[in-house]
Design a binder for this molecule. Structure first.
Ligand code: ZN
Length: 121
């Protein structure tokens, strides 16, 4: 295999997508040709560096997604929706009013209720 042909296959060789025969030819050539071996190492480095550069936006997206999911599950105290505060306050106020009314009803009820029911008949 010539140096020219080997260099054409280096990227495919790195990703392991070459057929059995060209892969063996590249391996054999790299074992004997330090120039092509150096070329292969530089291809390998370029691929790895571009993978690292590609990693950054993906990590950003991942962390953004993670925080969105956490917020959805209520794990993180994110900014509440505009309706959440009034709704929570309204529910709390309703609970207090119900409690006050039922306490008052129990406190002011007379034990003669069954009697008055009997009188109605
Ligand atoms: Zn070579």
């Amino acid at each position: 295999m010539t140096c020219e042909a080997t260099r054409g296959e280096l990227v495919g060789f790195h990703f392991g997508v070459l057929e059995e025969q060209p892969r063996a030819q590249v391996e054999r050539h790299l074992a004997t040709c330090p120039v092509c071996l150096g070329e292969f190492l530089s291809v390998k480095r370029d691929v790895e560096l571009s993978a690292v550069v590609e990693e950054r936006p993906r990590a950003q997206v991942k962390s953004r997604l993670r925080s969105a999911v956490a917020q959805e599950l209520g794990l993180v105290a994110g900014p509440p929706a505009w309706w959440q505060r009034p709704l929570a306050f309204g529910l709390a106020a309703a609970a207090v009013i119900v409690a006050m009314v039922s306490v008052q009803a129990v406190a002011t009820s007379t034990p003669s209720a069954p009697v008055s029911v009997n009188r109605a008949r």
